[in-house]
Design a protein around this ligand. Structure first.
Ligand code: GYE
Length: 332
């Protein structure tokens, strides 16, 4: 598994990236938008349109590309790896200057990334990481998902305290897409804090994927409530699954946010609305507005400049009592 910490330390790959970018530049003859006359063509393969987070991310990428004056080739893979692979292959055939993509899952990318390397087209990952040879991509622009998992556990401590919950805590976990970096890493970070500080009282009694969608969250939560009617807490890897789960909890005659305490990740508007209605107890923010940072990196990579291996995003955490005040200021 790609160790995200390596991003900070690995110096190799950056040099290789510079070479790739320099080679790619030769075709165009100028150094991209930074002073050159040639418009940068960016091929971008998006995961899908599974969540509010994803829509905000897509809008951010499109508007930032427009703002930067790039020629953006965009495709939506509908959460299917094979669609992403064909999109990347077509970007290679079209000889784009830079390829950026948000990989739906972490494995299975080496072959296509080697094709990009052979074509001397630099690849920038955004949002999600891969488990590949690290020399096959230049950098990752995105969040620290393991830390988001840890932060979710820390928020749960506060939520339990606020609710005056005593004794054992039975937790249900709605996981993101199986094999996706945010699903693997959020679960890992959460478990890390749970094992270290709550080995005696917290227990994940059920855990299953809801594929980051509302429909998935609703369906899986309904099944959880059948098999484990005494769940105290839901940790959902994103707001959308949490919102779907709220519908299932209400349909089962229970009160979300009271009978079942809920912590989610993302911080999209609908998540904040549910939180301001008392139905979600805490949200760990994951910022989807990566477009401007991505365009900046693409420009540097195209110009052959060195970039950091991992360009992280700044994020905050929110408790229910902050929801009403924060809602009008939310940008996504
Ligand atoms: O949390 C979820 C989306 O990769 C960070 O993907 C992203 C995740 C986000 O579907 O809502």
């Amino acid at each position: 598994m790609l160790n995200r910490r390596n991003f900070l330390t690995a110096a190799i790959g950056v040099a290789a990236a510079g070479t790739l970018a320099a080679c790619a530049k030769e075709d165009g003859g100028t150094s991209g938008s930074s002073g050159g006359s040639k418009t940068i063509t960016l091929g971008f393969s998006q995961v899908g349109s599974e969540s509010g987070w994803r829509s905000a991310n897509t809008d951010s990428v499109k508007s930032a590309a427009k703002e930067a004056g790039y020629n953006l080739k965009f495709s939506d893979a509908q959460q299917k790896q094979e669609n992403q692979i064909s999109a990347i292959r077509s970007y290679i055939a079209q000889k784009v200057d830079v390829i950026a993509f948000s990989p739906v899952v972490v494995t299975g990318w080496d072959a296509i990334l080697n094709e990009a390397k052979a074509a001397k087209i630099p690849v920038v990952l955004t949002d999600r990481s891969v488990e590949s040879d690290e020399s096959l991509f230049v950098t990752l622009v995105g969040s620290d998902f393991t830390d988001e998992g840890r932060r979710a556990a820390k928020m749960l401590e506060k939520v339990l305290e606020k609710a005056g919950h005593k004794g054992p805590v039975k937790i249900a976990q709605l996981e993101g897409t199986t094999g996706a970096a945010p699903a693997i890493e959020r679960a890992k970070g959460f478990k890390e804090v749970m094992d270290a500080d709550h080995a005696d009282d917290w227990k994940i009694v059920v855990s299953q994927t809801g594929d980051f969608t509302r429909a998935g969250g609703k369906q899986v939560m309904a099944a959880f409530l059948q098999s484990n009617p005494d769940i105290d807490v839901l940790f959902a890897h994103n707001d959308d699954m949490g919102i779907g789960a709220i519908q299932a909890i209400e349909a089962a005659g229970k009160k979300p946010g009271k009978d079942i305490l809920i912590v989610t990740v993302d911080g999209v508007k609908d998540g904040f609305i549910a939180m301001s209605e008392g139905k979600i107890n805490a949200i760990v923010e994951c910022n989807p507005l990566l477009g401007p940072q991505l365009m900046e990196v693409v420009k540097k990579v195209h110009a052959g400049e060195t970039v950091e291996r991992w360009i992280k995003t700044e994020e905050s955490d929110f408790m229910q009592d902050q929801a009403k005040d924060a809602l009008p200021t939310r940008k996504y």
